[in-house]
Design a protein around this ligand. Sequence first.
Ligand code: ATP
Length: 253
Amino acid sequence: MFLILQTRDLVVAYDGRPVLRGVSLGIAPGEVVALLGANGSGKSTLVKASLGLTPIASGSVELFGEPLAKLKNRSRIGYVPQRVGASSGVPATVRELVSAGRLARRGFLRPARAADRRAVDSALVAVGLATMARQPVGTLSGGQQQRALIARALCAEPELLVMDEPTAGVDAASQQAFAAALRQFVAGGGTVVVVLHELGPLEPLITRSVVLHGGTIAHDGAAPAPAPGHACPDHVHEHPHAPVTTPRWELNQ
Ligand SMILES: Nc1ncnc2c1ncn2[C@@H]1O[C@H](COP(=O)(O)OP(=O)(O)OP(=O)(O)O)[C@@H](O)[C@H]1O
């Protein structure tokens, strides 16, 4: 079956120290996958290696059924990295920042067309920033800046949206706006991989939880995620919780 993302026996090492130790993960179209796990368990590394942003020691990655190296159209993926200062450097307005998301799609030299402007408008509306479009990014709160980055990823109309802790340190209003934008993206057929520390307002949207522990997958199953500690190999399961189910992509193979 067609998978949006597939890693096989993925190993990533920093300075000879393995951080991912053989991660095999397949994600089908339409899934909304939460990547969970303790600090340093390898969540960001898995995301970066899956997108070709960090070198792989061994194993493989396929995106949209093709080896990572063959992916020509990068605009099929929207990536929101962990905690970046949206306002660092150039003083841009919110609209300018979000419009940058269209560049990969339309090319740098071609002027913005109506379709580009519409995509930017609807991304701004989706994250609840339409009324702040003309403001300099630096005047926004941290949560609003994070929403602007999500709008930048959304306006490229990606098929896969990958986000690394998008809600960390984000105010409640921004979290709700973000959940609404994500719901809309998923309703339109999008696939999501999101690194989270806690599910929060995104919980109803999550279809699958993958928990990393020490660079390996400790849990892969239906949402909600197990409580802290459940992912540890020595954890004693003394009470029932959500059963570990076979992921949809495996059932369909
Ligand atoms: N560029 C790097 N160079 C060296 N070590 C790194 C690098 N990036 C990450 N690491 C280390 O690799 C391990 C996994 O890091 P990673 O950021 O993938 O974990 P994480 O689960 O995303 O953690 P967090 O929840 O804190 O963001 C950690 O021990 C981290 O210190």
